[in-house]
Design a binder for this molecule. Structure first.
Ligand SMILES: *[C@@H]1O[C@H](CO)[C@@H](O)[C@H](O)[C@H]1NC(C)=O
Ligand SMILES: *[C@@H]1O[C@H](CO)[C@@H](O)[C@H](O)[C@H]1NC(C)=O
Length: 389
C-alpha cells in the first residue's frame, strides 16, 4: 500500500497531476508553472464559440485481423470508411478511441503500432485531437490459427511496409508477438501532436491508459468539463478496474473538482458489472428509460468490481460512463444518478455484422447539458438521449 502514502503527499500528488493531465495548459490554480516537454505544443481543449463541445467515440475497430487473407485488409478499409463518414458528418472537437483499436492476437507483425497508427490517422488526417484507452485485444499475444497447421501450412504473409527502424538494419520480417501497452501509447504520443493520450501514473500499472483531460470554458481559462480515461484491462492482464484506480480517481476528482461544479464523463473499454444490473434482457426490446437500437447479446462484464462504481455514484458531477467491448449492444440505461452507455461498434473488424456507426456526445457549457446519439456509416442518426440537463 506504499502508493497510498505517497499519493497523500501533496507534492507527489501535484507531480502525478502534472503527468496525468499532460497536454493541457495549466489551469488557473496551476498557472505560472511552465508546461513540461512536448506538452507545451498541445493547445488546451476548449468549448467552442457556440458553447458546445462534441466527442465522437470510435469503439472496437479491430485493425489488422487476418492480414494474410483478402477479407482482413478489406475490413480495415471498411473501418477507414466508417470513421471518415462519421467525422465528415459530425465534425467533432475530440475523438475518443475506446479500446480494441487493433486485434493484436491476430497481427502477424512485430509491432502493432503500425496498425494502431492507421486507426488514429482518421482523426489526425482531419486535424481533430484524440485520446485513446486500451481494450482487451490491444496487447494480446499472437494466437497461431489452427488452419496454419493444416497441409496448406503457414500462408505467405503480406507484411506491412518496413518501418524506418527495420530499414535501418534490424529487419525483423514478419514475426509474431503482442506489442506492450506502454510501447503502443508511447509511439502514439511521441509521434502525434494531436494525441491527448497519456500513459498514466506508474503506480497504476499494468493499467496504462489512466489520465484526465480538462476542457476549458469558452470564456475563461478554468475547466468546464472533465474527461476521465481508465484502463479496464484485458489482454496481457485481468479485465478489471483496480482498487488503486479507484483511489486515483478519488484523488484526481477531489483535486480538480472538489465541489463537483464541473460535469465529469468517464471512458473505459469493458463494461463494469453494474451494466449487467441495468441491462435490458438480451435480445429483448429496449424499453424506456433505456435508449438504444441494438440489444443482441449479454453484457460481457469485468471480472470483479473493486469500488469504482460506488466512487462514481457518490459524485453527482459524474454524468455518464461510456464503454465498448460488446459489439451487439448500443444502449444507454440510467444507474443511480448517472447513465451507463455503450458506444456503437465502429470497426469492420471484430465479431458481429450489425451496421457500423459511432456514438456522439455533445456537451453544452451554459446551460450545462449532455446529450448523445448514434451516427451511422450511411449518415442516419438515431437513439437521441439526454444524459444530463
Ligand atoms: C514500433 O513502431 C513505432 C513507430 O510506429 C516505434 O516508435 C517503436 O519504436 C517501434 N517499436 C519496436 C519495438 O519496434
Ligand atoms: C442506414 O442504415 C440503417 C441501418 O443502420 C438502415 O436502417 C437505414 O435504412 C439506412 N438508411 C439509408 C438511407 O440507407
Amino acid at each position: 500500500m506504499r502508493w497510498r502514502r505517497s499519493l497523500a503527499a501533496a507534492g507527489v500528488l501535484l507531480a502525478a497531476l502534472a503527468l496525468t493531465t499532460a497536454g493541457l495548459r495549466p489551469t488557473a490554480t496551476e498557472r505560472g508553472q511552465p508546461p513540461s516537454g512536448a506538452d507545451a505544443s498541445r493547445p488546451p481543449l476548449r468549448f467552442g464559440s457556440g458553447g458546445s463541445f462534441k466527442v465522437a467515440l470510435f469503439a472496437d475497430l479491430h485493425y489488422g485481423e487476418d492480414a494474410w487473407t483478402d477479407w482482413g485488409p478489406a475490413q480495415d478499409a471498411g473501418s477507414d470508411r466508417v470513421m471518415a463518414a462519421v467525422l465528415d458528418a459530425e465534425k467533432p472537437d475530440l475523438v475518443v478511441y475506446l479500446g480494441d483499436l487493433v486485434t493484436a492476437n491476430n497481427l502477424p507483425i512485430p509491432n502493432a503500432s503500425l496498425y494502431w497508427d492507421r486507426a488514429v490517422s482518421a482523426a489526425r488526417g482531419r486535424g481533430i485531437p484524440w485520446a485513446s484507452v486500451f481494450g482487451n485485444h490491444d496487447d494480446m499475444p499472437f494466437e497461431w490459427p489452427p488452419e496454419w497447421f493444416s497441409p496448406d501450412g503457414v500462408p505467405p504473409l503480406r507484411c506491412p511496409p518496413p518501418t524506418s527502424m527495420s530499414a535501418s538494419g534490424a529487419d525483423q520480417g514478419c514475426s509474431f508477438r503482442g506489442t506492450p501497452r506502454i510501447d503502443l501509447i508511447t509511439a502514439e504520443i511521441s509521434k502525434n501532436r494531436l494525441s491527448y493520450s497519456s500513459s498514466g501514473p506508474k503506480d497504476l500499472w499494468p493499467g496504462v491508459s489512466n489520465y484526465v483531460l480538462q476542457v476549458l470554458s469558452r470564456s475563461h481559462d478554468d475547466p468546464a468539463l472533465l474527461l476521465y480515461f481508465l484502463d479496464s484491462g484485458g489482454g496481457s492482464y485481468t479485465e478489471v478496474l483496480s482498487s488503486a484506480q479507484v483511489k486515483w480517481f478519488q484523488s484526481q476528482s477531489q483535486f480538480l473538482n472538489p465541489n463537483g461544479r464541473i460535469p465529469e464523463l468517464i471512458f473505459w473499454h469493458i463494461p463494469s458489472t453494474a451494466y449487467v444490473k441495468v441491462a435490458p434482457k438480451a435480445k429483448s426490446e429496449i424499453r424506456k428509460p433505456c435508449v438504444g437500437s441494438i440489444n443482441k447479446e449479454d453484457v460481457a462484464p469485468q471480472a470483479a468490481e473493486w469500488g469504482m462504481m460506488d466512487a462514481l455514484a457518490k459524485r453527482p458531477s459524474v454524468k455518464a460512463i461510456f464503454v465498448g467491448h460488446n459489439h451487439g449492444l448500443d444502449w444507454c440505461c440510467p444507474y443511480e444518478k448517472m447513465w451507463l452507455c455503450f458506444a456503437r461498434h465502429t470497426g469492420y473488424g471484430g465479431y458481429g455484422n450489425w451496421p457500423r456507426g459511432a456514438r456522439i456526445i455533445q456537451i453544452t457549457e451554459n446551460p450545462s447539458s449532455t446529450v448523445s446519439w448514434i451516427r451511422m456509416e450511411n449518415g442516419t442518426k438515431h437513439s437521441d438521449v439526454t444524459l444530463s440537463s
